[in-house]
Design a protein around this ligand. Sequence first.
Ligand SMILES: Cc1cc2nc3c(=O)[nH]c(=O)nc-3n(C[C@H](O)[C@H](O)[C@H](O)COP(=O)(O)OP(=O)(O)OC[C@H]3O[C@@H](n4cnc5c(N)ncnc54)[C@H](O)[C@@H]3O)c2cc1C
Length: 429
Amino acid sequence: MISDLRPLNCDVCVIGTGLAGMAATLFSAARGLSVVQAGHTGEIIFASGLLDLLGVYPVSEKRLWSKPWAAIDALVRDIPHHPYARLKKEDIKDAFDEILTFLEEAGLPYHRRMDHNSGVLTSLGTIKSTYCVPHTMWKGVKALEEKPACLIIDIRGLKGFSARQIAASLQNGWSDLRSAQISFPDTDHLSEVYTEHMANALLLPHNREKLAQVVAPHVKESKIIGLPAILGLYRTREVISHLEELIGVPLFEIPTIPPSVPGLRLKEAFERGLRPKSVQYFSLKRALQVRQPADGHFETHIGSNDVEHIVHSRGIILASGRFIGGGLHADRTRIRETIFDLPVYQPDSRTEWHRRNFLDPRGHLINQAGLEIDDAFRPLNSSHQPAFETLFAAGSILAHNDWKRLKCGAGLAVATAFGAVKAFIRLCR
Ligand SMILES: Cc1cc2nc3c(=O)[nH]c(=O)nc-3n(C[C@H](O)[C@H](O)[C@H](O)COP(=O)(O)OP(=O)(O)OC[C@H]3O[C@@H](n4cnc5c(N)ncnc54)[C@H](O)[C@@H]3O)c2cc1C
């Protein structure tokens, strides 16, 4: 019975536990706000673990930028509706500083060059330009630049990762690059192996010893070894330094196809790091319904199928993502926002959602769809006014972002969460 539930009172209810939701919760809690957060896993566990700021602009020219802040200047000059245009550069910088400090304290350090993107080797043998790199991959960034004798290893039964392909793609500029295949210990009888299982197995020292024995005969003259991202589901510093000691050369990880261990680590680091803060966290629960009674507060019903919690909050930060996350839903004629039925910026007709050519350099219009907001990150109603005084939105649900092509996924999530929390404090305190 809903009437038996005692409401939880808080300052902010964060809807969504993807990167934008996690960042919004962190920024709110760090500023003394009480937070209730709910959501399912979101895209975070599929993501590579790299934190992009801005890598490509304009998408139609596929122009790569080594200086992401200069790229942002160009982007906001040309696309004033892009969510980055609602933020000062200092705010985006502060947002990254705060997230990286938090992740370091949660045992997941990242590296970056303040003003430059760095190149990271991918499982296809291409080089991805990104802003922040997990410490597990950072030695690979240096190796790519300095090109020492390097061995790339893949694992029998692991889909979507070929050391031979990586070596073949890079051989021209990197003569001392070799590849080898190994069987992960105790998996000879399996036709397929999974990154999460191997990363979990490597939490145990005796599995690391077995892996080192399998790798050792392949090391030869190599000065560094690259492996798929499996070096510990967490406690990566301990796992890597133990393996390096056993094998005798430095190791680095290469991101794999989803689901991704570095994405799982990010999710786990947020959950662990936020636990001691004043956050009520409802994992694998949804906001089933939101109402705004006359007092201006929001009443959010949270649960799986039935209402399990009632939350009264002064404001809501909506970080419910796009189609994978569930914040947007596409039916046969239109794209809907799933909780408030807010107006969604979208092409007039479904026939315009996608261009005829899948690889069209201009991208597809459906990737621009989302919520339009004011300068305080408040979604707009059909009269272009804030739909609610204290409803804010952050992350990939925002219109005009096309983060996949611009290579700005994590940056957009983190920076807009920062903007939304600052706006909440400005308007609600
Ligand atoms: C395959 C893949 C690779 C990626 N690689 C990179 C990369 O290399 N670099 C990079 O920077 N970014 C990358 N990203 C993007 C990155 O993960 C972004 O942060 C993400 O896309 C946007 O996060 P979000 O929080 O806005 O949305 P999501 O992660 O989709 O989260 C949405 C959240 O809202 C919740 N939700 C929806 N409806 C409700 C409801 N009714 N009640 C409660 N909760 C609800 C969902 O359960 C989920 O928790 C990648 C993403 C994918 C999918």
